[in-house]
Write a protein that binds this ligand. Sequence first.
Ligand code: CU
Length: 352
Amino acid sequence: MMIPPAEKLGLAVALVIASLSAFSLFVELIISMNSAFGDGLTQEELTGSLGNRKADLLIKMIPAVVTTETLENGQKPIIEFRLFDSNTNQSFSHVTYYIILEKDGKKLFYDMFHDHDGDLKIQMNPNSSSNISITGDKTPILDLWIGTSTKPVAISGPIFLSGGLYHFIVRIETVDSDTAILPDIQAPIYNSWLSIGNTENQQINVDGKQVPIKIISYYDKLKDFGFDTKNMQLKFDMPFNWNLSRLENANIFVHEEINVPKPNAFTAKGGYTGTVNGVNISKNVMLDNSNSKADVIHVMLPKNDLLTLADRIIKDGQALSGIMSFTVKPQEGSSMGSVPSSNSSMSMGPMS
Ligand SMILES: [Cu+2]
């Protein structure tokens, strides 16, 4: 179809204006009626609707385990966005995604992306250059980036350089046709906080021997790491917003992974206990002992447990500190049994 240049421009301008006006509006208005939230996962399905159709958005990191360490080793993860009707599992066609990426409230990039089959793939190429650049094919009419499975659009630059939560704000601009722009009031908006694991190497002193350990935090960056040699207790803190309504409205999952080489006195008991802000969370501590050379200890806090903890921590008056404070120490036969698979890179599906 041939479209005269003036009309092309008009369409593009309309699309830009539609998205700009949506921006100022969405905070107060649209977000409350037509959006979904997620927090701390590596993939999730956010529910939404378009007219009388279900319009769920799958946001997924491929592979599921992306950490500062795997990225430093050259990993270039793909982020998949698929808008689909969950009643039929059919993808919408000709989906234009307006995507904003933020970290710690700071905007990293925003642009419009399109996939004719509704299944958008964006490759992330983190590097320390000063600017973000996007490379790929574009649609002929609206000049939107196209990212398919065989040819993902690539975003290069200072993204995913640090671990923690990356906030994707996704607004659906078109479905069914490349040029049928959705009115503000209908355009679904989705919020997802995907997690890049932050890998930290530490040394602990076990019986006078330095043991190098590795901690991966799949929620936010840790701070104030410490090890009490006498009690053999690890401790570390993480920034965390304990606000109950925030937690109730999010798909949320906190996952810390501690790798300790063995054997030594720390690993000798074959089990571990843990606390969060002084509350015993040993049932959330799992040992993967499938590797003969290292214990992999997972502290996994799904939403329900986080809500219970938050309730207690708010009553204790600890919530204002904005800290989740972990301890982990060895204890005989205490861990919930071992993770069955030798693959500790568990995939974190939607948890609500
Ligand atoms: Cu299309």
